[in-house]
Structure formats: structure tokens, C-alpha cells
Ligand binder design. Structure first.
Ligand SMILES: NC(=O)C1=CN([C@@H]2O[C@H](COP(=O)(O)OP(=O)(O)OC[C@H]3O[C@@H](n4cnc5c(N)ncnc54)[C@H](O)[C@@H]3O)[C@@H](O)[C@H]2O)C=CC1
Ligand SMILES: O=C(O)[C@@H]1CCC=N1
Length: 273
């Protein structure tokens, strides 16, 4: 059973909302959850209906909570942390989900915080299928790590990394990547629409195959991905022709470049913010 602590989400946008929803669905008492979301009244109402406390300032929320989850955009993190930088964090745990903000930067923003954990979740957390990369310095209290892991386990799987630079790689592999799959499905949908299928039918067809293919991967952990691909590819058949177009355009290299562009951006953000 997960420990019961008062948790405050600073910023309750897409990512925080996914985690809050998962937490509450998994049975975490909503009266222990505070969410601060400055500019979105509709979201605050939604959270209020879920039993979450939504009427506190960032500073009040931080003062009252045992665990602070920083979930604002990286670009506003410094400004937001300044509002509560002089609160005593020595007995509080901090979890940041922001891309490109290093632990060292967070330590500078919150000088009394000793237990800071960085995570890189993803939006499938909204449906309990998330994957969160996690990093903490060796000095962080293990009970803080355990709590964070159980919190994020309520919305999916967790994967600890040994060094912080690995977290930027996790951004490319699991944080940004739901968008890659959506982009691929969009392209397939567009092509089907050009063939004359309705948007709705094209979506139905594409999402059905995406789900089926994903399940085949998950349910056959011992079969290499290349074998699953080969099993579809009859000699001299249609799939071979389709795949040869991907090869002509060097799909592996395109994907590799895209993932490295995400990492580079995360590293740039770490320097700028
Ligand atoms: N969307 C994604 O797939 C992922 C996002 N992240 C990280 O999560 C963080 C949040 O991203 P999203 O949820 O996508 O963004 P978002 O824009 O949906 O959420 C940010 C929220 O912060 C609120 N906010 C802005 N200023 C505030 C302030 N001064 N006080 C309190 N709340 C304030 C905004 O009203 C907004 O609802 C970012 O740092 C991002 O790097 C991490 C992993 C995946
Ligand atoms: O695009 C971004 O910067 C954030 C981090 C990973 C997913 N969304």
C-alpha cells in the first residue's frame, strides 16, 4: 500500500491532470491532493469535482504539502519556483516532470530542498498506460524514491536511470514518442482519405491495426520485432513493396535523426533555463 502524503501539483495541465486522474482512480484519497493551475478555470472545476483542493495559491499549496510535483512548462519554472523559494523544503519531497530542467537547476531554484527527483512521464498516463523515466541523485531519501515510484506506478510503468543525461534520452524514447506514433497514424489516415475512405473510417482502420500490432509486440516478448515484420512480408508481395519505399528513404535514419533532435533540444533547454 502506497504511503499517504499530501501532494501538491504546481501546474495542472495535460501531464499533471493525467497523473492526478490515475492517482485518484487507483484509490488515492482526493482530499490529500492539491492542484494549482493559474489560468485554466475549466480544469480547476473539473479537478474540484474530483475532490481535489484547487483554491490555494502556489505558495499555500507548497506550505501545506509533503510532496510537491512541479508540472509547469519549463519556460516558467524559475518564475513559479520564485514564489515559494523561501519556504523550508528540508522535510518536503520534490518531483519535477519538466523536460530540460536539471536537478542542479532545481536545487538552485529551491535551495533548502534536499530530496529532488526528476521524472519524464508521458501522456498515455492518462489511460494508465504511461511510462515514466525517473532519476534521483544517490543522496536522495530512498523512501522519497519509493513514494514517487508508487505515485507514478498508478498511471503506468516506471524506469529508473542511473545518470541524469539518460533522462534526456528517455524524453526521445518515451516522452515525446507518443507523438511519433500519432504522426505515423495521421499519415496513414491521410493516405486512406485520399483513397476515398471517410476520415472516421480511415481512423477506425488505422487505430485498429495500431492496437493489433502493439498487442502482438507485447504478447510475444520473445519474438524479435524484425521477425514480426518478416511474418507479414510475403516474398514478392505487397508488404515488401511498401517497406522498400521506407528503405529508399532510409526510415531508420529519419527516426534516429528525429530522436537525436529531441535529445539536443532537451540539452539546449538545460543550458538555457
Ligand atoms: N505533455 C507531455 O507529453 C509531457 C510533458 N512533460 C512536462 O510536463 C510539464 C507540463 O507540460 P504539459 O502538462 O504538457 O503543459 P500544459 O501547458 O498542459 O500545463 C501547464 C499548466 O501550468 C499552468 N500554469 C502556468 N503558469 C502557472 C503558474 N504560475 N502557477 C500555476 N500553474 C501555472 C497552466 O495553466 C497549465 O495548465 C512540462 O514541463 C513538460 O516538459 C513531461 C512529459 C511529457
Ligand atoms: O515536447 C516536450 O517538450 C514535452 C516533453 C516530452 C513531451 N512533451
Amino acid at each position: 500500500m502506497m504511503q499517504r502524503k499530501k501532494v501538491a501539483f504546481i501546474g495542472a495541465g495535460n501531464m499533471a491532470f493525467a497523473i492526478i486522474s490515475g492517482l485518484i482512480k487507483s484509490g488515492y484519497p482526493s482530499e490529500l491532493v492539491i492542484a494549482c493551475n493559474k489560468s485554466n478555470q475549466a480544469r480547476r472545476d473539473e479537478l474540484k469535482n474530483m475532490g481535489v483542493t484547487v483554491n490555494l495559491s502556489n505558495r499555500q499549496a507548497v506550505e501545506q504539502a509533503d510532496v510537491i510535483i512541479l508540472a509547469v512548462k519549463p519556460q516558467v519554472m524559475a518564475e513559479v519556483c520564485a514564489e515559494f523559494a523561501n519556504v523550508d523544503f528540508s522535510h518536503k519531497w520534490v518531483l519535477s516532470v519538466a523536460a530540460g530542467i536539471s536537478v542542479t537547476r532545481l536545487e538552485n531554484l529551491l535551495p533548502t530542498a534536499k530530496n529532488i527527483i526528476r521524472s519524464m512521464p508521458n501522456t498515455p498516463s492518462l489511460i494508465g498506460e504511461g511510462l515514466s523515466g525517473l532519476f534521483a541523485k544517490k543522496s536522495v531519501d530512498p523512501t522519497a524514491c519509493e513514494f514517487t515510484e508508487s505515485l507514478l506506478s498508478s498511471v503506468g510503468k516506471c524506469y529508473w536511470v542511473e545518470s541524469e543525461d539518460k533522462l534526456n534520452q528517455i524524453i526521445a524514447i518515451t516522452g515525446s514518442s507518443p507523438a511519433y506514433f500519432f504522426r505515423f497514424m495521421e499519415a496513414m489516415q491521410q493516405s486512406a482519405v485520399q483513397m476515398g475512405f471517410s476520415e472516421q473510417d480511415a481512423r477506425f482502420l488505422v487505430q485498429s491495426v495500431a492496437l493489433g500490432a502493439s498487442k502482438m509486440v507485447v504478447e510475444n516478448p520473445d519474438i524479435p520485432l524484425s521477425t514480426l515484420r518478416e511474418n507479414v512480408t510475403s516474398k514478392g508481395g505487397t508488404t515488401a513493396q511498401a517497406l522498400s519505399v521506407f528503405e529508399q528513404h532510409n526510415l531508420s535514419e529519419i527516426v534516429n535523426q528525429a530522436m537525436h533532435a529531441a535529445i539536443k533540444r532537451a540539452e539546449e533547454m538545460e543550458k538555457q533555463l
